[in-house]
Design a protein around this ligand. Structure first.
Ligand SMILES: NC(=O)C[C@H](N)C(=O)O
Length: 323
């Protein structure tokens, strides 16, 4: 039986073309994407739903919720799979947001392109075809949200954009792709981590992501507190350490209480309570920071936003970050 796959378009380079005079790349009429339909229909019965036409730096967590609502509607109404086309700059954040709020068996795939539609070697068509193929594939079911790009399949949890312009930009550091797409075959290489899902609600709290650098003091933490931020993610150094000058503001934030999640700015390895010096992981653990492993700073921010819509309780928040 021909599977029914819905392609929801939201913009990004996949929906753009290059102006031959200025060389600038910008959005075109989203209906131009419909020209891919005859190609896509070779693999499934495909319908397109044009939701937004935005560059992905314009996407906010509220837009992510709107995308999630649209995906959910299609899945609830019986689509066998959904593909979301999206700009690559914030693609990993939207993919992870969808992953945390959707709980369907049917495959949900996020894809995009690094080269716009009229550039040499445009990768949009092949990424769309591969995404539709994966969305219609039995073995893609029950794996949560996947990112299909450049003949590879990645989980929303693990994938990150690693190159500003190369078509092989999406990688899962330390793990590699969860699956591969060839002309003949779709093959999954490993299972995905199961994560608890969050309530289907728009995020209510802003969360600040602060990248820790040598010599940083607590002024960004103070700024975040003045803005009545709901939570803070610290992208710490190494195994999860910070300069001592951050401690006064950090202690004030924790006393409020504002939950603070700690990830590492290294993209391999774990944050852990190893170091006993001032600002070291041992002290941060004692102060009550939530240690988070397996997701980067931008994804920990999305997760904390969703978690704060469910609870403010420190132990419950901690539990969400065990996975
Ligand atoms: N390749 C891309 O899609 C990048 C573009 N700036 C976007 O995220 O919308």
């Amino acid at each position: 039986m021909n599977k029914k796959v819905i392609v929801i378009t939201t913009g990004g380079t996949i929906a753009m073309s290059q102006n031959l005079e200025s060389q600038g790349v910008k959005l075109q009429d989203p209906l131009a994407l419909q020209s891919a339909l005859p190609l896509l229909n070779q693999y499934a019965h495909v319908e397109m739903d044009h939701l937004f036409n935005m560059p992905s730096p314009h996407i906010t967590p509220f837009h992510m919720f709107q995308i999630a609502e649209r995906v959910k509607n299609h899945l609830d109404r019986g689509a066998d799979g959904v593909v979301v086309t999206h700009g690559t700059d914030t693609l990993e954040e939207t993919a992870y947001f969808l992953h945390l709020v959707l709980d369907h068996e049917q495959p949900v795939i996020v894809t995009g392109a690094m080269r716009s539609s009229n550039e040499l070697g445009a990768d949009g068509p092949v990424n769309m075809v591969n995404s539709v193929r994966v969305a219609a594939h039995e073995q893609a079911q029950g794996r949560g949200v996947l990112v299909v790009f450049n003949d590879e399949i990645h989980t929303a949890r693990d994938v990150t954009k690693t190159h500003t312009s190369n078509v092989a930009t999406f990688q899962s550091p330390g793990l590699g792709p969860v699956g591969l797409v060839t002309k003949k075959e779709i093959r999954f290489l490993r299972n995905s981590v199961k994560e608890p899902r969050f309530s289907f609600k728009p995020p209510e709290h802003e969360v600040a992501l602060i990248k820790v650098v040598a010599g940083l003091d607590d002024s960004l933490i103070t700024w975040a507190m003045d803005r009545r931020i709901g939570g803070i993610v610290l992208e710490g150094l190494g195994q999860g350490n910070i300069p001592p000058a951050m401690l006064p503001g950090l202690k004030k934030a924790l006393a409020k209480p504002i939950p603070v999640v700690l990830v590492s700015r290294c993209f391999n390895g774990f944050v852990q309570d190893t170091y006993e010096y001032e600002g070291g992981g041992k002290q941060l653990k004692e102060l009550g920071l939530i240690f988070s492993n397996g997701i980067n700073g931008q994804k920990a921010r999305i997760k904390l936003m969703l978690a704060l819509s469910m609870t403010q309780d420190a132990t419950e928040l901690q539990n969400y970050f065990q996975f």
